[in-house]
Design a binder for this molecule. Sequence first.
Ligand SMILES: [Zn+2]
Length: 134
Amino acid sequence: MITMEKPSASLWRKIKPRYNLSGNICKNCSTAYFPPRIVCRKCGRNSKMESMTFSGNGEIISFTEIRVPPDTFRDEAPYTVGVVKLDEGPLVEGHILENGIKIDIGTKVKAAFRKMYVDGEEGPIYYHYKFEPV
Ligand SMILES: [Zn+2]
């Protein structure tokens, strides 16, 4: 009988690039990308791409409250999603945890690794980054 290991938090933390905010940067023009790109949009064939893990620090540039969620996030509603501009430049979408702090455009946030959802009653637990005010 074949048994499959349930994904655990430690396993998910090892998966790059989606779960570690890993992208890359063009050493020719210093433009950072998330997710990583093979070729720099600005430099084309002169690209010099190098792997980069982002700090997770950034600021909210757009957000909205979700009151009618997809089934996956039914138990979390209402919740906030938004676009964060990372300090290194790339724009990243994600859940934003308000943690009792009123967020706004320009609120400084940091990415934190959190449980995203459970797939069914006994199913695996999925993890992803969420942004929290700092
Ligand atoms: Zn470039």
